[in-house]
Design a protein around this ligand. Structure first.
Ligand SMILES: C[S@@+](CC[C@H](N)C(=O)[O-])C[C@H]1O[C@@H](n2cnc3c(N)ncnc32)[C@H](O)[C@@H]1O
Length: 375
């Protein structure tokens, strides 16, 4: 078996949360990617190995970065096995790796996803002449994604490992936490990049203030974690391309970032999470209800992620709560910009404010409308 070298024109796909594809594409451009193309569920782009590494490190809104390693017609299993065995798996896998193979198939002759995974595994064995095991439970070392559409098969290897929202800092959560990459994307959609104070008056585990501090301090969001590609055999020869931990957290920021919540445990989690991110000195935390919150600034950006109906079962109470939010915003926060994550049109109406919808997003299966207004 010949060991191939990987080409420096890699075909990559950044998976992003639904509704954030264009934001992820813009973000990739700022990381130095030429011509990223937003598609449903993510962004197609090409790049070299250095780009692959820096996208994992710096793309705050991406969920994972996949690398296409095979694209071919597979109308029957023999073709699938033969073409899989031609992929240079020795660059990515070692024989004690546990693999997880995710398969989807649409409008194709090969449709039995379990059998497809088996044949792919045989192709990999044939190439490596080793016994890499497929694993369906626990944490696999490497993940392979197989997508067959109209008999055309695309095989990708996951370069990220854990989902990229797992930054490494949020080991404690409160009620209904947002994924970190979704929070990062929401701040970007709203155009907040650290120009004006950021205040999250229902901050839960601190996701918005922490993601805001990362962005304002211009730190790579994923600087405190490892990626799947770091275990690849080809990576060993490539260490010089990695410029991972070269970032200094500033002593302070020019703007204020504040998180508050009325729940003691949420605040405790938020403070501990910020400390783990090394950013606690950049964020003011306060245990206070929104009803009691006062700020000694005249303008800023309020980001509000109130409890959803799913958790507060009493709809009348929820309507009253959102209407109180609206009144407080009008009375106390004139001059502020404000974004509200709202799961329901009646709750939006209950605020009594006029909102612009910036995006429809999905938060753990709940559709949320990202609303924006200037008070
Ligand atoms: C949906 S969670 C926010 C989740 C947060 N964005 C995160 O990622 O962890 C809503 C939060 O609002 C807080 N909350 C509810 N009513 C409040 C009030 N009246 N004043 C302040 N915080 C409140 C809850 O304690 C909870 O932490």
């Amino acid at each position: 078996m010949m060991t191939k070298k990987l080409s420096d024109n890699l075909s990559l796909f950044a998976v992003s949360p639904p509704g954030l594809e264009i934001i992820t594409a813009q973000e990739l451009k700022t990381i130095g990617i030429k011509d990223p193309v937003a598609a449903q569920g993510g962004v197609n782009f090409s790049g070299n190995r250095s780009n692959l590494y820096s996208c994992n490190l710096k793309a705050g809104t991406a969920s994972r970065i996949l690398m296409r390693v095979g694209k071919f017609l597979a109308p029957a299993f023999p073709q699938l096995a033969r073409r899989t065995a031609q992929i240079p798996w020795e660059l990515f896998l070692i024989d004690k790796d546990l693999l997880k193979i995710h398969v989807t198939s649409h409008h194709s002759k090969l449709y039995h996803t379990g059998k497809i995974a088996e044949v792919i595994m045989e192709g990999i064995h044939k190439r490596l002449r080793s016994m890499i095991k497929q694993k369906n439970r626990d944490i696999p070392d490497q993940k392979i994604f197989v997508r067959i559409v109209d008999n055309y098969c695309t095989i990708s290897i996951d370069t990220s490992g854990d989902h990229l929202h797992c930054r490494g800092y949020r080991l404690e959560t409160a009620k209904a936490p947002l994924r970190e990459n979704l929070a990062c994307g929401i701040l970007r959609i709203c155009g907040w990049e650290g120009q004006i104070p950021l205040i999250d008056p229902m901050c839960g585990a601190g996701t918005f203030p922490i993601e805001g501090a990362i962005s304002a301090a211009k730190l790579p969001p994923n600087r405190n974690r490892k990626f799947a590609f770091q275990k690849w055999p080809m990576f060993k020869a490539d260490k010089d391309l990695i410029h991972l931990q070269e970032n200094n957290v500033p002593d302070n920021l020019k703007i204020m970032i504040k998180g508050s919540d009325n729940d003691y445990n949420a605040l405790k989690a938020a403070k501990n999470n910020a400390a783990r991110a090394g950013l606690e000195h950049l964020i003011q935390f306060e245990q206070v209800s929104f009803e009691e919150l006062t700020l000694d600034i005249k303008s800023g950006f309020l980001i509000i992620n109130p409890p959803y109906g799913q958790r507060i079962k009493n709809e009348k109470r929820l309507i009253t709560f959102y209407s109180r939010i609206g009144k407080i915003l009008t009375q106390r926060f004139k001059g502020f910009k404000c974004a509200l994550l709202c799961p329901d049109h009646n709750l939006q109406k209950a605020t009594g404010l006029s909102w612009k919808s910036l995006a429809m997003l999905d938060n753990g299966g709940i559709k949320i409308n990202l609303l924006y207004t200037e008070l």
